[in-house]
Design a protein around this ligand. Structure first.
Ligand SMILES: Cc1ncc(C[n+]2csc(CCOP(=O)(O)OP(=O)(O)O)c2C)c(N)n1
Ligand SMILES: [Mg+2]
Length: 314
């Protein structure tokens, strides 16, 4: 399957899975969909019939709250039936809200942010010591870069010259309740990684050609590589893009779900069948004139961001 088709399916499954379950993090799923699609369509070496094959490339989605994206990619790549995706977040389902290693194709459970890079660095070191050729990939969030353990692992990877390790930062400039800039700034992100001694590549992380080029040809000998992938949180659904509300809110019945599905259908690549609404939605509910759409919901987050309270006090 082509990466554009896979990215579309990840987004369509993501909408359905969060809609059915009332689960969070659709914005995070949408921003990382293109990176994961390029990895699974064009880069990673894996065998869905032998998920633990020794020669496989290792992959960790460290921003494990976007688990629906990886579950969708694995199901579409043949690791398990896509029907199972409907059980996401349900009691008894192995497709837990955050990523579980009980799912075939998953190398490491995540959800508690800040651990994926350490685990991937350990895997990369083990591969070197065992003289194995596979590569080790990890996707982390930019908010996750506020975790101190990320920087401990960053030093470790350079110290051991882990050139079989590729870290992709999903740089959507937002975390759960505020922009990264307002919480703890890591600007300039590329400069920080460079100063730690990493090989740094900066790309548009929603552009498949740029993702492919960086992943395929971006590594260098002797040091680990980080790809700063500039993305848009909520990418692909106009009213979700760059709106913090969609970190936690799920697409509700009515115009939210209908608009999301309709917008995806308006941009469906050839050769893809929508597993849920093959012909789109016949008479989609549209937002009425008072609908809370295209607004920046930063102010209505459950916790008022610090900069908001500060402004009020002045
Ligand atoms: C150790 C830890 N602290 C807090 C959380 C709660 N949490 C879940 S998602 C999130 C924001 C993550 O932001 P970012 O890494 O930028 O990911 P994005 O959703 O923007 O892709 C937080 C703080 C967590 N999962 N783990
Ligand atoms: Mg982020």
């Amino acid at each position: 399957m082509k990466s554009k088709q896979l990215a579309w399916l990840i987004r369509r499954h993501g909408i359905e899975m969060t809609h059915l379950s009332g689960g969070s993090h659709i914005g995070a799923i949408m921003s990382v969909a293109d990176i994961i699609a390029v990895l699974y369509a064009d880069i990673l070496n894996f065998d869905p019939n032998n998920p633990k094959k020794d020669t496989r490339d290792r992959f960790i989605l460290s921003k494990g709250h976007a688990g629906a994206a990886i579950y969708a990619a694995l199901a579409e790549s043949g690791f398990f039936d896509t029907e199972e995706l409907k059980t996401h977040y349900r009691n008894g389902s192995r497709l837990s809200g955050h990523v579980s290693h009980h799912v075939p194709g998953v190398d490491f459970s995540t959800g508690s942010l800040g651990h994926g890079l350490s685990a991937a660095a350990g895997m990369a070191l083990a591969a070197k010591q065992d003289k194995k050729e596979h590569k080790n990939y990890v996707v982390i969030g930019d908010g996750e870069c506020n975790e101190g353990s990320v920087w401990e692992a960053a030093l470790f990877a350079v110290h051991f010259g882990l050139d079989n390790l590729v870290c992709i930062v999903d740089h959507n400039h937002m975390q759960s309740l505020d922009t990264c800039e307002n919480v703890i700034s890591t600007t300039p992100l590329s400069g920080i990684w460079q100063s730690f001694g990493w090989n740094v590549i900066e790309i548009d992380g929603n552009d498949h050609a740029q993702c492919y080029e960086a992943l395929k040809n971006g590594t260098v000998k002797g040091k680990p590589t980080v790809i700063i992938a500039n993305t848009v949180k909520g990418k692909g659904i106009s009213y979700m893009e760059n709106d913090l509300l969609w970190h936690y809110r799920f697409p509700h019945d009515g115009w939210e779900y209908d608009t999301a599905v309709t917008e995806l259908h308006n941009n469906k690549p050839d050769g893809v069948t929508d597993p849920y609404t093959p012909n789109g939605i016949e008479n989609p509910v549209t937002p009425d004139e008072n609908a809370d759409i295209y607004n920046d919901h930063t102010m209505s987050a459950t916790h008022k961001p610090t900069w908001f309270t500060k402004e009020k006090e002045q």
